[in-house]
Design a protein around this ligand. Structure first.
Ligand code: SAM
Length: 384
């Protein structure tokens, strides 16, 4: 019996319930373990404790985490409910989808909501967990779970596929663009006419994306989470930036361009999904009279407080060519004692600058170290 089967047996279930109740209030884990081991096998106690802790961690991704099953790697790699819902939206026209490399079923939960889903994973524990987790989320009846290598599964009757290939093995992360199964295998499947979405790392080398595919970058609370490649059958643009949980989206506009000029009164730091998708010009154009401060740097500036969910706006209190002495002097004259230093396109050592500033003022500020028209530049900014 593997650890999951043991947890699913009556003794495992009652132990899991007991651990879940005791864990948040436990004075000490050691005491809890000692007490439980008097009545249960050591391995089962360890499995229950691990599972209960993973469920607590999983609450940030899943509403029903407390009823789901996880491995550590499976949870870490799982799409959150919000992401899964976002991915699944593309499959609205389909009655059946295959979720290849289903893991613990994060994406499966979204995909099987409204259609039948075939969930495939070569890891028997993950294949089993995916089915259990689909059931815990009320979509179990729509799921067929297959434990197999996706390359051995016949998908002749399946018109739509979502695949989230493994990007790490048990002991290491693969290089960017490398996965198991490979992207080339995924592309070959799409070439056979299957509508396909491929979840990939946010750092995916963009030149790997075939012509005609859409590349979407997704961030959550300004944290860049993933890229998704959509085959021509599911693509609606070439590049897209999506913000979760709001599900706001910005797409490529042919010929979008902005002037480059010195910083004005406000600075906009675009969301990382926008920057990574190369949609800074599109964002600027959607905002009005906005410009870039450097051809190659993803900051926008304007003389009005740009109000957009696609970026963070700061008020520029001082703007000048970079010099440590000038920065120190400026911060003193503005009574600034605490700084958050952000750099983009600058080679300076932030920790060293923090040490050398020796500030005494009463206000806090954001110092932006960057390039303006290709010159090293500094801006002292405050929140809007
Ligand atoms: C990134 S995880 C999937 C996460 C999933 N989308 C979720 O939201 O929970 C990758 C999974 O691919 C599985 N896998 C890797 N290579 C595979 C292959 N050739 N065939 C089937 N499954 C594979 C691994 O066992 C792992 O569970």
């Amino acid at each position: 019996m593997n650890g999951l089967d043991a947890l699913l047996a009556p003794e495992g279930q009652s132990l899991l319930a007991e651990v879940a109740q005791a864990l948040p209030a436990a004075d000490g884990e050691l005491q809890l373990i000692t007490r439980l081991r008097r009545h249960h096998p050591q391995e089962l106690v360890a499995a229950a404790l691990t599972q209960a802790k993973l469920r607590i961690r999983a609450r940030s991704k899943f509403t029903h985490a407390d009823r789901m099953y996880f491995t550590q790697a499976g949870l870490e790699q799982a799409s959150s409910e919000r992401m899964a819902r976002h991915h699944a939206e593309r499959y609205a026209p389909f009655d059946l989808v295959a979720d290849l490399c289903t893991g613990i079923g994060g994406d499966l939960i979204g995909l099987a909501d409204g259609r039948a889903a075939i969930a495939v994973d070569k890891d028997p524990v993950h294949a089993h967990m995916a089915l259990l987790n689909a059931a815990a989320n009320g979509v179990g009846e729509r799921v067929t779970s297959v434990c197999a290598d996706v390359r051995d599964v016949r998908l002749d009757d399946v018109g739509a596929v979502f695949v989230d290939p493994a990007r790490r093995s048990s002991d290491r992360r693969f290089a960017a663009g490398t996965s198991e199964p490979s992207l080339d295998w995924c592309f070959a499947l799409a070439d056979r006419g299957v509508a396909m979405g491929i979840k990939a790392a946010p750092g995916l080398p963009t030149e790997l994306v075939p012509a005609g595919w859409e590349l979407e970058f997704v961030s959550e609370h300004r944290d860049l989470k993933e890229s998704v490649l959509w085959s021509p059958a599911l693509a609606t643009t070439q590049r897209r930036a999506t913000l979760l949980p709001e599900r706001l989206t910005l797409v490529e506009q042919a010929g979008a361009s902005l002037p480059v000029q010195a910083p004005g009164t406000f600075l906009l730091d675009p969301d990382p999904a926008v920057t990574r998708a190369g949609l800074v010009e599109e964002l600027g154009q959607s905002l009005g009279d906005v410009w870039k401060v450097d051809e190659r740097i993803a900051f926008l500036s304007a003389d009005f407080a740009m109000d957009t969910p696609f970026g963070r706006t700061l008020r520029i209190e001082a703007s000048a060519p970079w010099s440590l002495a000038r920065l120190r002097e400026t911060l003193r004259s503005l009574d600034i004692g605490t700084v958050d230093i952000r750099k983009r396109g600058s080679a300076v050592d932030v920790d060293e600058i923090q040490r050398k500033l020796k500030l005494t003022g009463g206000r806090a500020a954001t110092v932006v170290l960057t390039r303006v028209s290709d010159q090293p530049w500094m801006m002292v900014c405050s929140d809007v």
